[in-house]
Structures are given as structure tokens and as C-alpha cells.
Ligand binder design. Structure first.
Ligand code: I3S
Length: 126
């Protein structure tokens, strides 16, 4: 649990397990590695946890914050090109980070697509 991230930020979308792959960092392509990740959407970022208890954060940065994506200026889109899997969305940040999120159940990922898009739109209009 990290107060810096969670204070004052009600989850917009409660956690759910999605398949996640980070495919680029800072514009540099990464080797794709799908992992089942507990994803939480707050008003301005997506947070990635290893498990639903929201402990054991999957990837600690030097600052000790949970692995997450700042949604300010991010682009979210459906992609059929970045994976052979179905129901894949791509999130690209202005800093050149690229993530794929996927679920076999279309309504699941569609709900996340719409919610993330809405969060991005609200951020850009504020
Ligand atoms: O975009 P890629 O490189 O075809 O993605 C595949 C690889 O990540 C592959 O792992 P290896 O690079 O160790 O072979 C995964 O097993 C595949 O699932 C990836 O392709 P999909 O189409 O599932 O995203």
C-alpha cells in the first residue's frame, strides 16, 4: 500500500485480473511478456498489482511506488496488430511507454477500454 498514490484517489474501476504486457519503455521496444495482473483504475492512473490483495506490488521502481501508468496524455486504442490474441487494447504514454491489456471475455476488456478512455478524456479536459 502506498499513500502517495492512493490518498484522495477513489478507484474509478475496481481491480480485475487482466493479461498485461509492456511492449515499449521510453520508446524502446521490449520483449513481450504477458502476465496476469491485478489492474486498478484511479482517476489519473492505471495501477498494476501482482495480486488482488494489493500487496506484493509486481514491479517496484527505485522510488518504491507501485508499477503504474500515468494516464495524462495517454492514447488508448484497440489493436489487432500488436498481438495474435483477441480483445487487445494498447495504451501509449507521451513518454513512449506502451502497454497491452487483454482478456478473453470481450465485455471485460471493453469495459476497461471505455473506462480508461473516459479517464483520459476527463484529464485532458481538466
Ligand atoms: O509480439 P510477439 O513477439 O509475437 O509476442 C509473442 C512473444 O511474446 C511470445 O514469447 P516468446 O518471445 O518467448 O516466444 C509469447 O509466447 C507470445 O504469446 C507472444 O505473442 P502474442 O500474439 O500472444 O501476443
Amino acid at each position: 500500500h502506498n499513500s502517495e498514490v492512493s490518498v484522495g484517489l477513489q478507484p474509478v474501476l475496481k481491480g480485475e485480473y487482466l493479461n498485461k504486457a509492456k511492449i515499449a519503455e521510453g520508446g524502446k521496444k521490449l520483449r513481450k511478456n504477458w502476465t496476469l495482473t491485478w489492474v486498478v483504475l484511479s482517476s489519473n492512473q492505471l495501477l498494476f498489482y501482482k495480486e488482488s490483495k494489493q500487496e506484493a506490488v509486481s514491479n517496484l521502481k527505485p522510488g518504491g511506488k507501485p508499477d503504474g501508468v500515468d494516464l495524462n496524455g495517454a492514447v488508448i486504442e484497440w489493436t489487432t496488430e500488436k498481438s495474435s490474441r483477441k480483445n487487445v487494447i494498447q495504451i501509449t504514454t507521451p513518454t513512449g511507454h506502451e502497454f497491452l491489456l487483454q482478456a478473453d471475455h470481450f465485455p471485460t476488456i471493453s469495459k476497461w477500454h471505455d473506462a480508461i478512455k473516459k479517464a483520459v478524456d476527463i484529464l485532458s479536459s481538466g
